[in-house]
Design a protein around this ligand. Structure first.
Ligand SMILES: [Zn+2]
Length: 289
């Protein structure tokens, strides 16, 4: 395929959308796909109003998108809810993109273990009506991966898989994601959640790319917008000698290693700390990513 469409993949925004609006205006890609943890400060179509004038926006949810009622409503009550790729294959700029958002949670299913519940209905039957949220699954578990959704996606075919969770080539990844990608016969896999920008190269017969915090990459895996460093990771990276702080304390130089073992340094911005949830709601137990 020589004439690949220009599709951008956007790493966890965590409430910041200016990089997406700017990249849409400057590059006018055919489509952009957001890899979860959006936590929009307003309804999604409003925070992406500028981008929507230039491109088509698609998304999957991350674990933090159900931290509060407000985040939930700004996503799933937005007109852009129709462009959610969760648990399905959508035709995006001429390519088939499969999406699996959310995370594996032990209460439902932690691969490679046996699931506690196969489906939403089995879970609802067990927890009872009093524990339901808006008549259905508790809010938090609306970003938990249920086996039935996963299995259904396994039976389809796609060109690209986008996930929030990482595949097994990441140290915190899951081989269940690899298996899904293999069954879908995808050529590319893009994931978020880990707040790391990693070009894994070819893995398990496909091109795999981790898109970092607020970073944006194209289908070839090239960075269109540099990712930022998670402030929670900065100290540990510094201790390991993988990060050197600039004079203003906000700019940092990441020590990066390529596939051939060559080490280089790159300037990266350290993100300002963000809130997991809104002040009007006590967020669920915080999760990494
Ligand atoms: Zn995240």
């Amino acid at each position: 395929m020589d004439n690949l469409p220009e599709i951008f993949f956007c790493g966890d925004p965590h409430g910041e959308f200016s990089q997406i609006n700017t990249a849409a205006r400057e590059h006018k890609p055919a489509a952009m796909v957001i890899l979860g943890d959006l936590q929009p400060p307003d309804s999604l179509e409003k925070v992406l109003e500028e981008a929507l004038a230039f491109t088509d926006i698609w998304w999957i949810p991350g674990n933090h998108d159900t931290d509060t009622d407000a985040f939930y409503d700004r996503l799933w009550k937005s007109p852009l809810a129709a462009h959610e790729l969760e648990g399905r294959v959508g035709m995006v700029a001429g390519l088939r993109i499969a999406g699996l958002g959310g995370v594996f949670r032990g209460q439902i299913w932690m691969p490679d273990g046996e699931p506690n519940y196969d489906s939403v209905s089995a879970f609802l039957k067990r927890i009872g009506r009093n524990n339901a949220w808006r008549g259905g699954v508790p809010r938090r578990h609306r970003t938990s991966i249920f086996p039935s959704v996963y299995e259904n996606l396994c039976r389809q075919h796609a060109d690209i898989l986008v996930t929030h969770e990482a595949p097994a080539c990441h140290r915190k990844g899951f081989s269940a994601i690899d298996q899904l990608a293999t069954k879908l016969h995808v050529r590319w896999l893009f994931h978020g959640h880990q707040h790391e920008s990693i070009s894994y190269g070819r893995y398990s017969g496909m091109w795999v790319r981790a898109v970092g915090l607020r970073g944006i990459v194209n289908l070839r895996g090239e960075e269109v917008v540099e990712s930022q460093i998670d402030p929670k990771d900065a100290a540990a990276l510094q201790a390991r000698g993988e990060l050197m702080l600039g004079e203003n304390g906000e700019e940092a130089f990441a020590v990066l290693q390529d596939d051939f073992g060559n080490v280089r340094m790159e300037a990266r911005k350290i993100a300002q700390p963000w809130r997991a949830g809104d002040q009007d709601q006590i967020p669920n137990k915080p999760e990494k990513g």
